[in-house]
Design a protein around this ligand. Sequence first.
Ligand code: ADP
Length: 163
Amino acid sequence: MVTAIYPGSFDPVTNGHLDIIERASKLTDRLIIGVLKNNAKTPLFSLDERVNMLKKVTGHLENVSVQSFEGLTVDFARETGASAIVRGLRAVTDFEYELQLAQTNRVLAPDIDTIFLTTNLKYSYLSSSIVKEIAGYGGEISEFLCPEVAELVQEKIDERRRK
Ligand code: ADP
């Protein structure tokens, strides 16, 4: 039985993330999406909002669940009984950081492996931050997100504009 975690900020979850989630769920018996409470970043969406969005868009995947976590990814993996960490790779620019992260995690927890899934070419340019930037300038974001997520991003941006 293979349990894996897929950690990230998911602020918000994009079609690129969803593609990785769907593919990773086929490779594992149980996939737990770990939504990181990162005190260093100020997210657009609260932790609960990010968890709820992910639950909505992954509801069709039986072996996928969503949890929030704080602290080290390897500790979250241990707590959930996971033996693998899934990460997505988009471009060379991701590689250096992801390699460093994976190697550090391997020193901290030699029994837990990192599995890299390369992006679907369709989404290789896509990131949560670029979506937020486009939405902030009033651009169309429906290509990049599930309809329910796109609606929430729009609401949040409109709310910020009114302030
Ligand atoms: P983090 O803050 O940890 O980078 P993200 O939510 O930005 O969290 O990303 C989580 C994971 O998903 C990372 O491994 C990232 O490389 C991957 N990822 C993000 N966008 C895409 C995409 N468009 N295609 C494939 N993987 C992606």
